[in-house]
Design a protein around this ligand. Structure first.
Ligand code: WQD
Length: 330
């Protein structure tokens, strides 16, 4: 029996595949390499000593996807594949709706046809919009402000309706807060194509001189130092959360926040990165970025209680591992 990991060459996907292999699962990856590189497969083998079965194609092709279900004995699916740049989604909404929704509908239809009932879905804290209070709990109101976030919300809705119609499905929705950090080997990490949208990948590029200066988007938020506060979670804590979700005996449709429960400001993150790595990050304060919220951090009580999820790494670890990765990959 094999675990199908869609988007398994990506940042969170590749770290999750390492954890799955270390737990002696057999893994099949489907990835179209639109935001990842094929050499990740070799790096996963270097870390674990194990092989995976890899298919390179776009999941919008239902016939190619069918071949995988036909050929491989899939027991469960972890679904990461999807476009994920907020800014790009505002410029190209149709591309985001088509890609993220069609690929997911193809996957769910084939899961149903081949009687594969267990799925763990990669969702995002972005579905909470601008929360009225903190920490954010799973039953908070949902709203989105960009097409990327709306595709995540729509897929959650599709999964809820699927479960309503057929409660033999075992569905886990994981809402990630802000994943950063890298595998301690320095072989896997966040390496987006082009100019990074997110804070840590941008800091990493400035740290190694690939970008000249970091813009801090606003210092007039209602936070400890005026800069945005987020719940940064180590990607290796996040990836292990998927193994826990896979092993969770509780049936039905389940939703969990995956974060640390702690908020860190932009300036706090930059200062920590500089301190633990002995570098200086050239930065300037500029205006707010459209759509940003003041603060966002998770209640992870439900994941702790039902999954046994316990974040092991702190902000210092995340900064150290991020720098270790970017030094090795540049
Ligand atoms: C974090 C903080 C910025 C860049 C997004 C998506 C979310 C998820 C994670 C996929 C904010 C500030 C950022 C920069 C800055 N992605 N910042 N200068 O916006 O919290 O969440 O990524 O699921 O869906 O919305 O993350 O890293 O972009 O921003 O000052 O160059 O850093 O204002 O306060 P965000 P981020």
């Amino acid at each position: 029996m094999k675990i199908l990991v869609t988007g398994g060459c990506g940042y969170i996907g590749s770290h999750t595949v390492v954890d799955l292999l270390n737990e002696n699962y057999d893994v099949v990856i489907i990835d179209n390499l639109s935001n990842s590189k094929k050499d990740v497969i070799e790096k996963i083998k270097k870390i674990t000593g194990k092989n995976v079965t890899f298919y390179e194609f776009d999941m919008c092709s239902k016939e190619k996807l069918r071949e995988v279900f036909e050929k491989e004995n899939i027991s469960s699916v972890i679904h990461f594949a999807g476009l994920k740049a907020v800014g790009e989604s505002v410029e190209k909404p149709l591309m985001y709706y088509e890609n993220n929704l069609i690929s997911t509908l193809n996957l769910l239809e084939l899961m149903k046809e081949y009687n594969v009932k267990k799925i763990v879905f990669s969702s995002s804290a972005t579905v909470y919009g601008n929360p009225k209070s903190l920490p954010i709990k799973e039953d908070f109101p949902l709203s989105t402000t960009n097409p990327y976030g709306t595709t995540k919300l729509m897929i959650e809705r599709i999964l809820k309706d699927l479960y309503q119609a057929n409660n033999s499905f075992d569905i886990t929705i994981l809402r990630y807060f802000n994943p950063i950090g890298a595998h301690f080997s320095g072989l896997l990490g966040e390496d987006p194509n082009g100019i990074p949208n997110n804070l840590m990948p941008y800091i990493m590029k400035v740290a190694v001189g690939k970008l000249p200066i970091l813009s801090v988007f606003g210092n007039d938020y209602n936070t400890i130092d005026g800069t945005g506060v987020r719940d940064y979670v180590h990607v290796c804590d996040l990836s292990y959360g998927h193994v826990l979700a896979l092993k969770n005996p509780k049936p039905g449709l389940k939703i969990y926040n995956l974060g640390t429960g702690r908020g860190t400001s932009v300036l706090e993150l930059i200062n920590t990165f500089e301190k633990v790595n002995g570098v200086t990050i050239n930065k300037k304060i500029v205006g707010r970025r459209e759509g940003d919220i003041d603060a966002c951090y998770a209640s992870i009580d439900k994941a702790k209680e039902e999954l046994g999820f316990e974040p092991r790494y702190n902000i210092e670890d995340m900064c150290k591992d991020s720098y270790n990765f970017v030094k090795k990959s540049n």
